[in-house]
Design a protein around this ligand. Structure first.
Ligand SMILES: NC(=O)c1ccc[n+]([C@@H]2O[C@H](COP(=O)([O-])OP(=O)(O)OC[C@H]3O[C@@H](n4cnc5c(N)ncnc54)[C@H](O)[C@@H]3O)[C@@H](O)[C@H]2O)c1
Ligand SMILES: CC/C=C\C[C@H](O)/C=C/C=C\C=C\C=C\[C@@H](O)[C@@H](O)C/C=C\CCC(=O)O
Length: 283
């Protein structure tokens, strides 16, 4: 993010970013960086991959949706060249598949610098699955990423960004398990950031916390609320207050990646502004 915008966030904790200026030039800091994005073939993950590529990074696109992955790869090849991306069919619930994906990324694109733990689901009826994908897999991918990136074991450090949600900071009506997973992601991110500082991993950890975003997660929400489906109208009232574009969330990712003063932060991305969450200080 531009230095004056970063300064605005630091001084006010809030910055408006919609339509104020032409697109900024690419961030040199991301040039030829190697990024792994999970849940990369649609929605927020796709917007993350696109902004990384526009800023000169190489991107491994990990997802369970092979058909969408192959067609996205074709689109991105035309825009950025085939050597800039890799699509890898990978279920983040599988340790074996994640290990293979990191190995293939390092072999084809180079050592991993950036990980975006973004894959997620919302299903209060299949709540164990929601915990498995949204929280357990974030821990699993992070620990495998550490084996590649940790400066204390020969890696070269980097940045790990976890897609949480505003529902990781405020309870989301009708989605108690989804809310719990996103609170878990925020807590894990902050704890890993503190560990990284204490143990010298050379890795920054931050959480991205968008409000409602126009993606498939918002579709057919009624069917995925399980025993809380009677509250779908109340949830819809929140949704109707405003829905973000995926590109706006990707701008938040860029801020967390390029602002190297940020570690252990949760960036709220809302329709009117972005602002860092103020957590209580424990003394
Ligand atoms: N859409 C919103 O309103 C919103 C708001 C805040 C946070 N989020 C979070 O953003 C992230 C992305 O969601 P989205 O809104 O883009 O949804 P989406 O459904 O459009 O995209 C999710 C992607 O994750 C992939 N995925 C699902 N399970 C997977 C698995 N086991 N392994 C690998 N890939 C898997 C899907 O195939 C899909 O491509 C999620 O973590 C979600 O919780 C979404
Ligand atoms: C239907 C589910 C769709 C998508 C899931 C996704 O992750 C979206 C979550 C979005 C928002 C959740 C927000 C919860 C909000 C409230 O509880 C609310 O009262 C927050 C109030 C103020 C916060 C903003 C501020 O302090 O300025």
């Amino acid at each position: 993010m531009d230095s004056h915008v970063t300064a605005a966030i630091q001084s006010t904790g809030r910055v408006a970013f919609k339509g104020l200026r032409p697109p900024p030039p690419p961030h040199m800091a991301l040039q030829d960086q190697v990024a792994v994005v999970t849940g990369a073939v649609q929605g927020i993950g796709r917007a993350m991959a696109e902004i990384l590529l526009r800023n000169g990074a190489k991107v491994a696109l990990l997802d369970v949706n092979e058909a969408a992955g192959k067609s996205l790869k074709e689109v991105l090849d035309k825009q950025h060249g085939p050597e800039r991306t890799l699509f890898l069919s990978c279920d983040v619930e599988s340790e074996e598949q994640i290990r293979a994906a990191f190995q293939r990324t390092a072999g084809a694109l180079g050592a991993v610098d950036i990980v975006c733990n973004n894959a997620g689901v919302l299903n209060e009826a299949e709540w164990e699955k929601t915990i498995s994908v949204n929280l357990v897999a974030v821990v699993r991918v992070t620990y495998i990423a550490l084996e590649h990136m940790n400066k204390m074991s020969g890696g070269r450090g980097g940045v790990i960004i976890n897609t949480a949600s505003m529902a990781g900071l405020f309870p989301l009506l009708s989605c108690p398990v989804y809310t719990a997973t996103k609170y878990g992601v925020v807590g894990f991110t902050r704890a890993m950031a503190a560990n990284s500082t204490a143990l010298g991993f050379g890795i920054r950890f931050n959480a991205l916390c968008p409000g409602f975003v126009q993606t498939d997660i918002l579709d057919n929400i009624y069917e995925r609320l399980g025993q809380f489906s009677q509250l779908s109208a109340e949830t819809q009232v929140f949704v109707d207050k405003g829905v973000l574009k995926t590109s706006e969330v990707a701008e938040g990712l860029l801020e967390l990646l390029t602002n190297d003063t940020k570690n252990g932060e949760a960036l709220q991305v809302m329709c009117s502004s972005q602002k860092y969450m103020k957590f209580p200080v424990f003394t």
